[in-house]
Write a protein that binds this ligand. Structure first.
Ligand code: GLP
Length: 243
């Protein structure tokens, strides 16, 4: 695992944007799995700048949303698909036909999750997965637990995750309590993985994870120790509790 620490948020975001841009240039038909939340916003802005000013071409790129809140349609203001459509897909001229998200409004959510895993498999899996990390160590929406799911599945969100994500909603009662998320195997089968953590709020979990080389279901990000090509990018805030 390669760990890169940069002085501030913008420099850390630039490292990740450059890594993604390099992969897109090398393989214009790349298949990527992408996160939501606050963390990727600056990276998406930099990729948009590269598209506009440097002609970074996303026209043949395929993107999979890694998760979606159960019950939110693609046009809901807080849906993860809409977030990625507005923050990246439309801004870099992607064909929306090449963008995918789990059907989190399906009558049969289990089947919708299985269908998403099949779709990922048909696409040949992910060339690159870009992750954020929750303060409890979750990646995508794979929550700390006794056991983790390999493939795409329905996940009940922890109270902490609901609380953390409430800032995007009018009231905490509006935050969905379930999501469809890609599973640990979907992530670990990715050819390359980059994880970005920003700010002091992430420092405790980053220290707990990187300070120990152990793998535990109670810190889902720790499974990234098992993967041969992971780059972790931190700003000084997120790295502040590392020894
Ligand atoms: C949500 C998303 C994750 C994301 C995490 C951290 O739980 N499902 O993919 O990494 O939030 O979000 P933030 O970047 O806002 O801290």
């Amino acid at each position: 695992m390669k760990v890169i620490v940069r002085h501030d948020k913008e420099e850390a975001e630039k490292v990740v944007a450059d890594l993604i841009a390099g992969e897109v240039r090398t393989n214009p038909e790349i298949v990527m799995s992408l996160p939501t939340g606050s963390t990727p916003v600056g990276v998406f802005s930099e990729l948009t700048r590269m598209h506009e000013e440097e002609g970074l071409d996303f026209s043949s790129v395929t993107c999979f949303n890694m998760d979606e809140y159960v019950g939110l349609g693609r046009d809901h203001a807080q849906s993860y698909y809409r977030f990625l459509r507005e923050n990246l897909y439309e801004r870099v001229g992607m064909s929306l036909e090449n963008t995918f998200s789990p059907d989190a409004c399906a009558a049969n959510l289990g089947r919708a999750a299985d269908d998403y895993s099949s779709l990922i498999k048909r696409a040949g899996g992910f060339d690159l997965t870009f992750l954020g990390i929750g303060r409890d160590g979750h990646i995508s929406f794979n929550m700390p637990s006794d056991a983790l799911h390999p493939l795409t599945h329905v996940e009940r969100l922890s109270e902490a995750a609901v609380r953390d994500n409430a800032r995007f909603f009018e009231d905490v009662s509006e935050v969905p309590t379930q999501a469809i998320t890609i599973g640990m195997r979907n992530i670990l089968e990715s050819r390359r993985i980059v994880l970005l953590a920003l700010g002091e709020a992430k420092a405790p979990v980053v220290a707990r994870w990187l300070g120990s080389g152990l793998v535990t279901t109670w810190l889902p990000a720790s499974f990234l120790w098992l993967h041969p090509d992971v780059t972790v990018v931190l700003d000084q805030g997120a790295a502040s509790e590392l020894r």
